[in-house]
Write a protein that binds this ligand. Structure first.
Ligand code: JFZ
Length: 444
């Protein structure tokens, strides 16, 4: 058995040992215990996950959360659950789609800003059990993921524009609730998080969101983070638990505490190898499903994944399933195409780290052990890719995607030439074997 899930189990098993010997590996010392380093490792090595935004709003085809009180009147939005009956929902099919894509984990919206809960929650009636469908989606999907070796994770919105206790409302947090009670809401939030971890855990990640609004503050953030850590020490928590996120670039302000990793949204993160990060990007344009949403090409999807890996980050690629419960066939197909590529060339992505060559107009690089993978994404009408010099000798050079490479190394730099017929439209992967560990070469 060599699945990420198994790794996670192993991490859980050695947990008590690790927590006694935590090295201070973060540049910003977190005011709460970070997860044991080994529990972040499975996720960093995974590199690729499936994000799923879903709920009754799929019946309207408008954006989840944001369209409440905007394109869709509040009363109408809040009644949608009464018609939510996705009879073609098949948890096994979703988990298999993720697996076929080469993804190693999956993050589903347990609750978005609209407050609707996709599981059987004892703390609210506004959940999937009170729809005509009446099946616990989180229960079915977490079980199916476990079977397929996909690590199950949930997205959970801190802001809740529906809940009467949360101070702000729709549209987009711009209105005030008549009699809010943030302390009571906070208890609701923590109870639901505990419910998710206890009933469907262990979870890989708790992917928080909606932290930017004023009712959320650093004290509550730290308290929620500690709550998560207590519930499950190996849980990975994204930076949207806290107030340290700078903007949509998703990086964490220096000195500010915010979770375990950064979350660039709808953009590829910059090269950053001293703090983990994950770009979340939609396969179409909207997070939730809408009809005829323009689908990204295979080239866009793969180059996005490769560029994330080259910047030392992960990609969380989003689909919004349809109101009948299926992921759109054309999106499933795109994901399968990515999986086919990863089956052949995945060793240049999984368990690699970004660099040592910083991303350039030509493409990106990744490395593992004594191998550097140069991913040429754009030859820019030139016959040579020029890279900065490295101190270590290149022992051999080959083209993982087929063909031959001419490689010259000098004190001035490295030059790589691949005949036109062997260049790939999406990614020409050149494999450089070097005389020592590539991790010893500082990024340049
Ligand atoms: C957030 C969510 O609002 C969005 O629906 C999706 O879940 C994404 C992954 O995360 O994205 C945001 C956050 C903030 C703004 C816009 C989108 N904003 O402040 O405009």
């Amino acid at each position: 058995m060599n699945s990420p899930l198994f790794d996670l189990m192993r991490v859980l098993a050695i947990m008590p040992l690790l927590s006694l010997t935590l090295p201070a590996s973060e540049s910003i010392p977190p005011p709460a215990a970070p997860p044991p380093p080994a529990s972040l490792e499975w996720w960093r090595e995974a590199r690729f996950g499936l994000f799923i935004h879903w709920g009754p709003v799929s019946l309207k085809g408008t954006e989840i959360g944001w369209s409440r009180g905007a394109e869709v009147p509040e009363v109408e939005y809040d009644r949608l659950f009464r018609d939510f009956n996705p009879t073609r929902f098949d948890a096994r099919a979703w988990a298999r789609t993720a697996k076929a894509a080469g993804m190693r984990y999956l993050v589903l919206t347990s609750k978005h800003h609209d407050g609707f809960c996709l599981w059987d929650s004892q703390y609210t009636d506004y959940d999937v059990m009170n729809t005509p469908f009446g099946r616990d989606v989180i229960k079915e999907l977490s079980a199916a993921c476990r079977k397929e070796g996909i690590v199950f994770c949930t997205y959970h919105s801190i802001c809740d524009w529906w809940h009467p206790d949360y101070p702000l409302g729709s549209p987009g947090g711009k209105s005030q609730k008549p009699s809010p009670n943030m302390d009571r809401y906070n208890t609701y939030l923590k109870n639901q998080v505990a419910e998710l971890v206890h009933n469907y855990g262990p979870l890989g990640i708790l992917w928080f969101d909606g932290e930017w609004e004023s009712p959320w503050n650093p004290d509550r953030a730290l308290d929620l983070y500690r709550h998560c850590r207590q519930l499950q020490p190996s849980l990975i928590v994204n930076n949207r638990v806290g107030k340290g996120r700078e903007d949509m670039a998703g990086t964490t302000a220096r000195g500010a505490f915010a979770g375990d990793y950064d979350t660039p949204e709808q953009r590829i993160g910059k090269f950053q190898n001293d703090r983990p990060w994950e770009s979340c990007i939609t396969i179409c344009q909207q997070w939730a499903w809408k009809p005829n949403d323009p689908l990204k090409t295979l080239k866009q999807c793969l180059q996005t994944l490769v560029t994330c890996a080259g910047g030392d980050g992960n990609l969380l690629l989003n689909v919004g399933p349809m109101p009948d419960g299926r992921i759109e066939p054309r999106q499933v197909e795109r994901l399968q195409e990515m999986g086919h590529w990863l089956k052949r060339y995945g060793k240049s992505i999984y368990a690699t780290r970004g660099g040592p060559f910083r991303p350039g107009a030509w493409g990106v690089s990744t490395h593992h052990g004594k191998t550097v993978y140069v991913h040429v994404l754009d030859w820019q009408n030139q016959d040579t890719v020029r890279l900065p010099a490295i101190e270590k000798r290149i022992v051999s050079a080959s083209v993982l995607t087929g063909g031959k490479v001419n490689c010259t190394q000098s004190a001035q730099g490295i030059e790589l030439r691949v005949p036109v017929k062997s260049r790939q439209e999406i990614d020409t992967v050149i494999q450089l074997r070097i005389e020592g560990p590539a991790s010893e070469i500082a990024p340049r």
